[in-house]
Design a protein around this ligand. Structure first.
Ligand SMILES: [Zn+2]
Ligand SMILES: [Zn+2]
Length: 95
């Protein structure tokens, strides 16, 4: 009488876990890829896009991950602040 241990089979269910992932890889949409199609967190193509209060978009997975530890400053907003640095050394001087 052999003893057969129970084997844990890990079968990913096709649809229920769909929102539990970051974005799609960019290669599936190589053409016409614009920033608005990309998640500001994982930098991939938005999966179940969510718009944050600031207007930036994230995958629902990424957004939930970000806010799970409390209110966060949006990484895209931080990036844009850098580009709008008022004390830029490229400031034009008057002659
Ligand atoms: Zn994402
Ligand atoms: Zn933002």
């Amino acid at each position: 009488m052999g003893f057969w241990g129970t084997k844990m089979a890990q079968e990913p269910s096709p649809s229920s876990l769909d929102g539990n992932k970051p974005g799609f890889p960019k290669k599936i949409l190589a053409n016409n890829l614009e920033d608005k199609h990309l998640c500001n967190s994982c930098q991939k193509i938005l999966r179940r896009p969510l718009q944050a209060q600031c207007g930036h978009r994230f995958c629902s997975f990424c957004f939930n991950k970000i806010v799970s530890s409390g209110p966060q400053k949006c990484s895209a907003c931080i990036k844009e602040d850098l580009f709008e640095d008022p004390t830029s050394i490229l400031k034009q001087g008057g002659g």
